[in-house]
Each structure stands twice: as C-alpha cells, then as structure tokens.
Design a protein around this ligand. Structure first.
Ligand SMILES: [Zn+2]
Ligand SMILES: [Zn+2]
Length: 579
C-alpha cells in the first residue's frame, strides 16, 4: 500500500521572537522536538513569571514524539522543560551534562519526578538514532558552557539546527566551534540550516572572549578599591576565569545570587571549577572585614532585575552585610538586552548617585562580547555547510529578515517560516515501510523540490506561567490586569432587603489605584449620588427587580462619573448584598 511521506518543520516558538524556542521536526510522522525555552514578561504581561510555547500540537501527537533535544542551558532554550514536561509524553530528553543538571533542578523545583532514564546525556560525535532521525551534537562556541548545534539526518536529507553559536578562535574556556565536523557534514550534503538570527543585523564578528578577559585582568590589576563584577550568571566561561584572575591577584571572591551559586555547583560537579579558586571563595558576610584591595564580589543582575543583588546594592541597600561605598568599582560585563534598557540605566544611575566608579558597555566597548555570531560568522558557517536552504530562526522579524537577505546575498535560498503552518521540505508517496525515493522528492539530479507551507494550520501561541496558574491562550486575565493597572478599580456594594428587594442604604464604594478617597471625598460622594439618581430613575419604587440591569446601570454611571472627574475608565465590580 502506498503512503504519503514527508519531512517538515513546525515552529512552536522562537520565530519572530527571541525566546520560547521550540522546533518540531516531522519525518514520516515521527516527531522530534528541539529546545523548550521560555521568554520573560514585559509591560503587557504584568505579574507573569515566564512565557512558554503553546504545546497543544505535542499533546495532539503525543504518541509520535521520539525525543526532545536541548541545544544548551540558556533559559530561552531549556527554561520550559519543567512546565512542559508532561507534554513530552515520556519521550527521552537529551542534553549536555550541564543541560542535564539544569533540567533535573527545574523538575525538582516543580516536584516532578522523571521516569528512570528519561533525562539522557548527549555526547558530541555519538549520534542518537530514534525512528527516522539520527541526531548528532556538534560543539559550538557560545556564552554558556556546552553549547551544541544539531545535525539531524533523515532519509530525505540532513537539517542542521544551529542553536546559538559563534566562532571564537580564542576562547579561553569552553567549546570552540567544531569546524572540521561541520565541514564533513557539509560535504555529505545539507538540505537546510535552521540558523540563529540574533546578530544578523551586525556587520562585524561577535568578537572573542579572550581579549575581553585580558581587558578585565587589566581592570583588576589597576583597581585599588573593592571590585564588584556583574555578568550573566550562566556564563561560567567568563565567571570562572575572571574569578580565578581575581583570586590570583590576592582578592577573596564572594558570589551573590542564587543562579550563580547554582551554576557554580554544576561547574563543580562536572569538573569545570578551577582548583585555584577553592581556598579563595568566601561568604558574603565575610567581605566587610577585609581590606578593600582584597575584595572581589560577583553580583547578579546585569539586566536591572528587581530584587537582584546588583539592583539592591545600587539602591544603597545592605546585601548580606555588604553596602556600596564611593571608592568601590562596579564592572558590568554584559550588554543591555533590548527592552531592559530603562531598568539597567536605573541601576547605573543608582550607582552614580552612590558615587561608585562604574565600568559598563556605555563607556567601555571591550567589556563584553556577544555569544551570537554576526554576519561574517553566519557566512563562515554557511561556507562550511553549503546548505540548499537557509531557514532563519531565533530572532525578531527584523533579524530574521536580515538573515534571509544575507543568505540570498551569499547564494543560498532562504525560506521564511510561517508559524501555524508546516514547512514541508520533502514530500511524496512510497510503499508502506519504505522510504520516499529521493527522485520522487524531486531533489535528485539537481532538480530542486520546492518547499512549501501547508494550507492547514496547527495551534501556535504562548502560555503564561502566572504564580501557580497557567494562562493558556487566554488574554482575558492579562487584559483585566493591565486595565486595572492603568485605570484603577471601583468596587460597589448595594444592600438589598431580601424579602422586598428594596435597597436599604446608599451604594457603598471602595476604590483602588484611582484616587485618594479622603482628600477627594467629594468625588466619591458625587459618585454615590450619581448612582442613586440612576437607580431611582430606573427603579422608581426603590425595588431592584432586575439585578443584571441594575448592575449594568451602576457600572455605566460609575464609569461615566470617573471618566468625567478623573479621566479614567476604571474596572467596576458590582455586588448586591442581601440583608
Ligand atoms: Zn544561548
Ligand atoms: Zn538563545
């Protein structure tokens, strides 16, 4: 019997957005999932903890999921593993040793017990074969230890899913992109590269980690007072060597922040932790007893996160016995992630108010390099892999567009993903149990099969982790929350005689986030008068015989009143209290 065969990609996240990375590859109905990331809330999602991909597609195809592959341990790739664990339906989840430890801790935090052997360690050069797929981890340079590109081989061609990468020929610590292996994969033929677009608008290379650390060494050598150092806590390839340099210069090192201490624990467990640090690390509480030139403190919070050590220090607060003073130096070895500028500037302004010496990318361009390759590195990758198609992922629309244009300039065919529609890379009909002859897929003898997006759609969107709740594709609660945040709230209670239905007193009003009820008591009084006047007009005998109508009338009267008096349309809640 003949059966339809295909190779397709379905993005569940990470397309048109930096964050919530999740890609599904489908070969003849076998599915693999690459990454399970989160993105972080913004002003449109107040109160939300993190945002995860909508995984209804996975739930609908639970039986077909062969495995999940995590490219690296950044939150935008691994952060949703715990929240989405049930959607993997028992499929094995592969990742590097450090990704494996991060995933374990996420499951533990949520009280999830994985099945025995479900979390598996992937090793470079040892492909995992599952169903129609063979997946090989290829080491790449990036700003977190153990980052990988995936070479995904199927009967219809090889897809390289780059993950986050750059080329760094002078990385003092961590992976160097395995160009030799990438070139070999390229020689065997690559159908498509699904590539990181983050720095597709950057004309220059990301830059090497080596010179950054040499520069930080100079800063340590030339600073007399206490040094506070902030960089991304997950960037152990910078945190550990810099801490080592500080220790070698005779400074004791303290680490502030939960994430960095967690990462240090993983580094110890996996043998990355340098011996020279072992007797030089102290508790934060010991810092105040030391001479200034013997202090090096790692402080978390490069993005101005509320509650982080650096943010609190910048506000003059005491963090575990440490307060900033005017001859301290704070080094921000990081970049401003778009959207966080204001929060970071608040931190820098706070530090400036405290008269602390601040070194950041605003004044010192050598203080940080990106973990994502710029256009020259993207070109370098494509010259190794020589793919038929380039599919931009991991970017906002502007970056994905720039990536597609670069691919075209370089002579590769770009394909733009459309979330909600499958991108079909090969398709045809073959006998059951047989694979599709490549001639039929149309790719033999140079005749290119034309990839296309299917007509029918699949569910795509975002779910919001909100305290203990998950808001699934439900904009209602967030809309209400935003509205209350911007317009305030009025609660109205009307006491009604149970038997007669008559109101027994004037309406009682309480507001939140709208006005000062004491100072502006006359506006409140006016509101009560307006409501009672409306009720008396509609229900002249003083009896409420239609509560829905009464509630609507009260709401309208209140909104009209506060619009007129305060220029605000508050959310109104009406209750009838029977007495
Ligand atoms: Zn990353
Ligand atoms: Zn990423």
């Amino acid at each position: 019997m003949k059966k339809a065969k295909h190779l397709a990609a379905l993005p569940l996240g990470g397309v048109g957005i930096i964050g919530t990375n999740m890609m599904v590859y489908d070969c003849d109905g076998d599915l693999i999932v690459v990454d399970a990331g989160v993105s972080f809330p913004n002003e449109n999602t107040p109160g939300v903890d993190v945002i995860v991909p909508d995984t209804r597609f996975l739930r609908d195809h639970a039986k077909n999921i062969k495995a999940v592959f995590i490219t690296h341990g950044h939150e935008d790739h691994i952060g949703a593993v715990g929240y989405l664990w049930d959607d993997f339906a028992g499929a094995p989840v592969y990742g590097s040793p450090i990704a494996n430890l991060i995933a374990q801790s996420k499951l533990q935090e949520l009280g999830i017990k994985p099945q025995k052997g479900q979390l598996r360690v992937a090793k470079a050069g040892e492909p995992v074969k599952l169903g129609k797929f063979s997946v090989e981890y290829v080491p790449v340079s990036h700003s977190v230890l153990e980052s990988f590109a995936l070479a995904i081989t199927t009967p219809y061609g090889t897809i390289v899913h780059t993950g986050d990468y750059k080329f760094d020929d002078h990385a003092p610590f961590g992976h160097v992109t395995d160009e030799k292996r990438l070139a070999e994969i390229g020689q065997q033929g690559v159908l498509a590269v699904f590539g990181d677009s983050t720095n597709a608008m950057k004309e220059t290379e990301a830059g090497s980690e080596g010179p950054v650390q040499a520069h930080i060494a100079d800063i340590i050598a030339n600073t007399k007072g206490r040094i506070f150092f902030a960089s991304f806590a997950s960037h152990m390839g910078r945190v550990l060597p810099v801490a080592e340099m500080a220790a070698k210069s005779g400074r004791k090192v303290a680490f502030l922040g939960r994430t960095v201490n967690k990462m240090l624990g993983y580094a110890k467990e996996l043998g990355y932790y340098p011996d020279s640090l072992k007797n030089m690390v102290i508790e934060a509480e010991e810092v105040s007893g030391l001479p200034a030139d013997k202090v090096f403190v790692f402080a978390s919070g490069t993005q101005g996160e509320g509650g982080s050590s650096l943010t609190r220090l910048s506000q003059g607060m005491d963090v575990r016995g440490i307060k900033l003073k005017s001859d301290d130096t704070v080094v921000l070895s990081s970049r401003m992630i778009p959207g966080n500028e204001r929060a970071i500037l608040n931190v820098i302004n706070g530090l400036s108010t405290l008269d602390v010496n601040v070194i950041s990318e605003l004044t010192d361009r050598k203080i940080h390099v990106s973990g994502h390759g710029g256009r020259p590195e993207m070109a370098r990758l494509y010259s190794l892999l020589k793919p038929t198609y380039v599919v931009p992922v991991h970017g906002e629309p502007m970056q994905m567009k720039a990536h597609a244009e670069l691919a075209r300039e370089l002579g590769y065919q770009p394909l733009r993903l459309q979330p909600t529609r499958k991108l079909v890379l090969a398709e045809g009909v073959a006998d059951e149990g047989e694979e599709l002859p490549l001639e039929e897929a149309g790719r033999a003898k140079g005749k290119a099969f034309k990839p296309f997006h299917t007509q029918h759609t699949y569910p795509h969107g975002f779910n919001y982790i909100d305290g203990l709740n998950i808001l699934e594709n439900d904009p209602l609660i967030l809309r209400e929350r935003r509205k209350i945040a911007y317009e305030g709230l009025v609660s109205a209670a009307l006491a009604i005689n149970t038997r007669s239905g008559e109101w027994v007193s004037d309406i009682a009003l309480t507001t939140r986030g709208l006005l000062d009820e004491v100072i502006q008591a006359d506006i409140m009084k006016g509101a009560v008068a307006k409501v009672m006047q409306v009720l008396e007009t509609i229900f002249p005998d003083g009896r409420i015989d239609d509560r829905t109508r009464a509630a609507e009338a009260i709401q309208q009267a209140l909104r009209k009143h506060f619009k007129h008096e305060r220029g605000k349309l508050p959310t109104t809640v009406v209750q009838f209290v029977e007495v």
